[in-house]
Design a protein around this ligand. Structure first.
Ligand code: SF4
Ligand code: SF4
Length: 411
């Protein structure tokens, strides 16, 4: 039995009370039991007991979950509901690729290229800053970050032609080396990465990076491919050991959560310290200034609920003269998901609707800039902002800190 398995006896006690639904963004938007935590937990139980067979309804229930953890706040039995749902996905995974072929595609890219898109890493930001490829403190960029400026193109395409068609098309094109061609041609803007790494260097972190940085495997875990995830994580951990990495600064809450919380469960010797960008900046940043600016902050679910990182981004922004931070209706531990967590890969229409609601809430603050610190959240917010031409900027908190360090007042 995998060390990640949750014993069946722990969650079969679900009383069907439905309190968890009160907080679930997909349930609230659709008012459909299939898209709520109660049925998702029940699907896991029924699959475990062999009382239901895999079909569209069960697959949709399990894979339309954003893993945002909002439901956990309401469960009287203190369940970690997304963990139960991911467990349900492990039960489904042998047959799930018939319904969701993108799972097979992603798993095969990770096996072949060590990352889900099969692209080569972009490292211009590191070369420009003279960051070495070996060292004790590694900046872990994650698979999405170098591509966030273009992700809305994929998201929009998947919405228009359907994810199944898009993944069949991608499988075909990849046979002809499309991933290499696009990886070379795609001049992704690396400004964000450059600015973030610059901030960390200015704060005295002696950074290193990995030229062909492998994925941490979060996506395999999230899809319910525990066996593949564990094998991948072990290889990756050994690779980090060989490279002499002792500390990781992670740029994605998903990777941060996986490396901080899941790796220690499966890798006996895991002694690498993992901190997230906001923790690293908060620890050393003393202050800066910018032109007067009204901003709002979107708490990524994996920071606020899964890692309890809530105060750090606010403490950072408090130290920047000129920032007026206006909180959205749902913030901190009560933050609302912006539609990522993997659902965008399966049901982009649900992901978009959830994102639209959250972006509307963020805009109600009348902020000129939406600040966050998660590549998936940035991609989702930018998707809505660009599609609807909302005229608001979306920034990583690392960029805001960079701007505050390089601001020259005219006064
Ligand atoms: S994790 Fe989020 S999307 Fe999934 S059931 Fe819970 S509240 Fe709903
Ligand atoms: S709140 Fe907890 S016990 Fe009640 S239905 Fe949801 S998961 Fe089950």
């Amino acid at each position: 039995m995998s060390k990640l398995e949750i014993p069946y006896k722990d969650y079969r006690k679900c009383s069907l009370c439905g309190y968890c639904e009160i907080n679930c963004p997909t349930f609230l938007e659709y008012r459909d039991l299939l898209k709520g935590p109660r049925w998702r937990v029940q699907s896991t139980i029924l699959l475990d007991e062999g009382r239901v067979s895999l079909g569209e309804r069960v697959v949709e229930a399990l894979y339309s979950c954003l893993t945002c953890g909002s439901c956990n706040l309401k469960c009287p039995l203190n369940f970690n509901i997304p963990e139960i749902i991911v467990k349900g996905r492990t039960k489904a995974n042998s047959g799930v690729s018939d319904f969701l072929p993108q799972n097979r595609f992603i798993a095969s890219q990770i096996k072949k290229h060590k990352n889900p898109l099969g692209f080569k890493s972009k490292n211009r930001w590191a070369e420009e800053l003279g960051i070495p490829q070996k060292g004790k403190t590694m900046l872990f960029v994650g698979c999405m970050y170098p591509y966030i400026d273009k992700l809305e193109v994929f998201l929009e395409l998947s919405l228009r032609i359907g994810v199944k068609r898009l993944s069949s098309l991608a499988s075909l094109l990849y046979k002809f080396g499309f991933n290499k061609a696009i990886g070379n041609l795609w001049r992704a803007k690396e400004n964000r990465l450059y600015k973030i790494a610059h901030v960390l260097k200015s704060l005295g972190y002696e950074l290193s990076y990995l030229r062909d940085e492998p994925c941490c495997g979060e996506i395999l875990y999230n899809m319910g491919f525990f066996e593949e995830f564990e094998a991948h994580a072990r290889r990756f951990a050994e690779y980090l050991k060989e490279k002499g990495v002792k500390e990781i600064i992670s740029l994605s809450p998903f990777c941060g959560y996986t490396l901080k919380e899941i790796y220690p469960k499966i890798i006996d010797w895991w002694d690498i310290e993992v901190i997230t960008l906001v923790e690293a900046v908060e620890e050393r940043f003393e202050g800066g200034s910018i032109e007067e600016l009204r901003v709002t902050y979107h708490d990524p679910c994996y920071y606020s609920r899964h890692l309890a990182i809530i105060d750090e981004p606010r403490m950072i922004m408090e130290r920047i003269k000129g920032i007026e931070l206006v909180e959205p209706k749902h913030h901190g531990v009560n933050t609302r998901c912006v539609g990522d967590g993997g659902v965008e890969l399966y049901y982009p229409d649900y992901a978009y609707r959830v994102a639209e609601i959250r972006v509307r809430e963020l805009l109600d603050t009348k902020a000129r800039v939406i600040v966050t610190q998660c590549p998936a959240c940035i991609a989702m917010i930018e998707w809505v902002v660009k599609k609807k031409n909302l005229g608001v900027e979306v920034k990583d908190i690392g960029e805001v800190v960079f701007d505050s360090m390089h601001h020259h007042s005219n006064g």
